[in-house]
Write a protein that binds this ligand. Structure first.
Ligand SMILES: O=c1[nH]c(=O)c2ncn([C@@H]3O[C@H](COP(=O)(O)OP(=O)(O)OP(=O)(O)O)[C@@H](O)[C@H]3O)c2[nH]1
Ligand SMILES: [Mg+2]
Length: 219
């Protein structure tokens, strides 16, 4: 294993317009560019911190329609052209089993249109009113492009199973109040952030990305 202290860390730019995603990514990876808040104690965070530095950039990117992996890969290609170097993006889906995976990657628009001011995610729960089956899964797809010429970004998928419930908990992040992960009595919104970040779809996808980047930077 090469010593990471002898070489500069690989700088990866995470492109997102979503502050909550950025906070979670930093907490999970323990990667920090000096703005504070990193290092929530996720396993392996120190491997990452020593080999890889995360910058962030807001770029307003068009998003394709299609399968989540393709949406994320296309997003990574566009983002890498704007960044001009190693780039990470992420696309999140909320998939209802009774609706054959919908709203999936389109959940942002469902949330915008069906959400409710006081209880932002309430409409997302009502969508299943006619169905017995309340099962759902949250999915994150990260895509990493080496640079602007990378035509085949690597994708890392993480999924957490659960069910859709009446909204409970703070409504500061998307549909967190209506998603209750399997094996837990609390919704994502009710849980301590550290607990969400140890079981979430984002955590599971980032574990795969972390393994990839540690391998890449230690070779
Ligand atoms: O309750 C939540 N818990 C989460 O863990 C979570 N992760 C994403 N989201 C929301 O789901 C949609 C995904 O759309 P999305 O992936 O295109 O994201 P985005 O457009 O906000 O950011 P980005 O595309 O610039 O990265 C957006 O409405 C996000 O706010 C979440 N909501
Ligand atoms: Mg988006």
């Amino acid at each position: 294993m090469a010593s990471s202290s002898s070489s500069a860390p690989l700088v990866v730019t995470f492109v997102t317009g979503n502050e909550n995603k950025l906070k979670e990514v930093r907490a999970i990876l323990g990667a920090d560019d000096g703005g504070g808040g990193g290092g929530a104690g996720a396993a392996g965070a120190s491997d990452v911190a020593s080999t890889f530095a995360l910058r962030s950039q807001k770029v307003d990117l068009p998003e394709l329609q299609g399968e989540p992996e393709d949406i994320a890969a296309e997003k990574a290609k566009l983002a890498a052209r704007a960044v001009g170097g190693p780039t990470l993006v992420e696309d999140t889906s909320l998939c209802y089993v009774a609706l054959k995976g919908l709203p999936g990657p389109y959940v942002k628009w469902f949330l915008d249109k069906l959400g409710h001011e006081a209880r932002r995610a309430l409409g997302l729960c009502k969508l299943l009113a006619g169905y017995e089956d309340k099962r759902a899964y949250a999915q994150c797809v990260f895509a990493y492009a080496e640079g602007p010429a990378d035509e085949r970004p690597r994708v890392f998928v993480g999924r957490t199973d659960g069910k859709i419930v009446d909204a409970r908990g703070p409504s500061d992040f998307g549909w967190d109040p209506v998603f209750q992960p399997e094996g837990h009595e609390e919704t994502y919104a009710e849980m301590d952030k550290a607990v969400k970040n140890s079981i979430s779809h984002r955590y599971r996808a980032l574990e795969k990305f972390r393994a990839f980047i540690v391998e890449k930077t230690s070779g």
